[in-house]
Structure formats: C-alpha cells, structure tokens
Design a protein around this ligand. Sequence first.
Ligand code: PHE
Length: 445
Amino acid sequence: MEREKWGTKLGFMLAAMGSAVGLGNIWRFSFVAGNNGGGAFLILYLLFVILIAVPLLLTEVSIGRKAQSDVVGSYKKLAPGTPWFLTGFFGVLSAFLILGFYSVVAGWSIYYFTNYITGNFATQPAGGYEGAFGMFISDSWQPLFWVALFMALTIFIVVSGVKKGIEAANKIFMPILAILLIFLAFYSISLEGASEGLRFLFSPDWSAFSEPSIYIAALGQAFFSLSLGMGAMLTYGSYLSKEHKLPGATMGIGLMDSFFAIISGIVIFPAVFAFGIDPSSGPPLVFITLPSIFEQLPFGGIVGLVFFFALVLAALSSSVSILEVPTAYFMRVFNWSRRFTSVLMGAIMFALGIIVSLGFGIWSGVTPIGDNGILDSMDYVASNILLPLGGLTMALFVGWYFTKQQALEATDFTGSAIGNVWYIIIKFVAPILIILIFLNALGFI
Ligand code: PHE
C-alpha cells in the first residue's frame, strides 16, 4: 500500500502547527510558568526554544522526511543493523503517557464548553468557579464521559487519514483560536490590577534562577509545546515529499507556537492577579481563571463558548498527532488497518486516562513521584525526561551518525551559512545543554 502524503506544504505546516499549538500553550504553559516564578521561567523557556527546540524540530522533521517511515522504522531504515531504532520506543511510550493525561484535560475543556452552551457558567456557580471545578474533577464518573468523547473524536480524525482528516481540520481550528486569544489579551490587560500580572510574567525574579527545577521545567515545556522528541513531528515529516523545503517551515512553527504561549500568558496572568487567584494553583489554573474573565465580559457567555470550542479543537489537532505516532508504528509492523490500529491505541490511552482522572478523586492520595499526583507524575516523566531524551538521541543521530553533508542535505541546508550554525547546535550545543540540565536536575551540578 502506498504511504499517505500531505496535500500541500501548507497542509503540513498547518498540521504541524496544529500539533504544536494546543493545551500545552494555554493550560500547561500557564500553570508551569505560574509554578516556576513567571518571568524567570519565560526567559529560560524562550532561550531553550531558540537554542534547542527549533533546531531540533528541523532535525526531527528531516529524519521523518528522509526515511518516510514512523518513529521506530525511520531509524531502522536510516541506520540498518544498529540499535538506534530502540530510541524510537521512547517516542511510542511517551505518546501513551502524554495522551493518557492530555485527554483528561481536553475532556475538562469539552465539559466547560458544554457549560457555556447551557449557560451554567455565565455566572459564578455556588462555591465559585474554583469550587465547581474541584467538585467536577473529583467525581469518579462524570469526567470520564468527556475523556471518552475526546478520545473518540481523536480516533475519528486519525481514522479519516492524514490528508482528509488531520489536514482539513487544522485549516479551520488555528485562526479562530488566535483571534480569540488576541482579543482576550487586550481585555485582560485592561483589568484593574493587570499590571501585577504583567510584572509577574515579564519582569523576572532573578533569585528564581538558583532553583534547579526551573531549568528542567523550562526544557520540558519547550519540548512539550513544540511536540518535540516523541516522533509526532517525525511522523508528520514522513508524509512530506522531498521537494518541500524545511528550515523556513520549522522556524515558522516555532515562532507561532511561542506567540500562542506568550499571548496566553498575557491573557491568564493579569486576570490571575486581578481576581486574586494563586498563580501556583497547578493544572486547574486556567480552568478557574478563564471563567472569571468571561463572567466580567459583556457577552462573556458567548466568548466563553467560542473560546472553549477553539481550545477543544486545538487540543484535538494536537492529540491526533500524538495518536498518530503509535498508530503509524503498529500499522506498519503488524500490517493492521488504520482503523483497527487507531481504535486499539486510543483504547489503551483511554484506559490510562481513567487512571489519571481518578487521580483527582478517589485516588487523589496516590503520589507516584515526590508529592506529585498521578497526572503530574506522568507529565513529569514524559515531558521532562522522555521527550528531552528523545530529542537528545535525535540530535546525536543526525549530528554524529550522519556525515555533515548528509545532515545538511536532509535539512535542505546544503551550502547555507545558517546551516553551519544549525549543525553546530545539534552536534554540540543542544546535546550538551540537555545533558547539563539533566545533571542539574539530578543534583550533580
Ligand atoms: N504540543 C502539544 C500542545 O502544546 C502537545 C503535544 C506534545 C503534541 C507532544 C504532540 C507531542 O498541546
């Protein structure tokens, strides 16, 4: 059977941006920034995006495009007879972990959307937005329904195939979300007390840099947000033909993704301070902040409705790229149909989602890592460890296994001066930085 392909390069760009832009930019960015001191975190995050993530994004996409295969198959094809393919399994494992909790948060978003349809959240529910959210997520059954619905939608798009499903869906989702966020950012800045939030986000507290955890948190966020290190971008790159040039496309994706994160920060933090919400509220942060903004807005009920709709779509365009990673792999290895494979993978992820969801209710006392609950622990392992490890191996693969000429050719950089800079980054700078950050997190430096 012939492998599928994107319709156009723009189709690939939109799908890759759709993968990058999602709950990571809005939900994860704000709570991780909130937990890690705001401004100092933002500086490190942007630094890592420029110095590590964007060059690696190009690297990852180019591996897929060159090999025209999935995350494990690509290594087998490009480095036959070597153990490199084993690193691909990190990617497959990360996909299960990430979609396991991503689907839960996306389920919460669908629930919010429906509450705006019914008008329930137009005014503060009894117990306030925070209380209502806490009640909802700690329920054993109700959140699971929304997780299941989200997984079903994700599977549906993945079954529809690369071009028709993923590509078409993204063309509509992205612009709506961007426009809404910009509009909300202006509104949030105009709130009384907004300046404190802006200061939190943009003027760093230098003492925060002495915390080792901030480095690994910023690295993990850069990887998570750019969908990097697990093979989602590799797999998307594998549906791309050789005639499309890569460097510009990956720069564009990086810029767009950071733009969404910063704009979300400008929406969330002024409101957090204006409404007296704790910036280190963790995963619930946006779910308690945003409704408070919408409540104050004229026609806020409608804005909330459109916002959560766009958020769910953004989450979907990311979740399909996550499900696509094991789907592409298992389809090839076992010769299963796309439909069967994606349903099976989705079902396993849903099972993980059940565990994550119960972690906010009956299993709220379960703390696998430190005092982190189930969601935070899975997120920590996947985003802060597995993704950077995946990225590290990709950098080493292209930087050291390929010849320089092969590396430049794979990324359309032959004869380009920027190409040399990129090569030095992925051969030396990015791997060394990632290793240093790991050592630092482990307490060695
Ligand atoms: N980048 C996506 C987001 O920000 C999440 C994601 C992570 C997607 C890893 C694919 C791979 O929401």
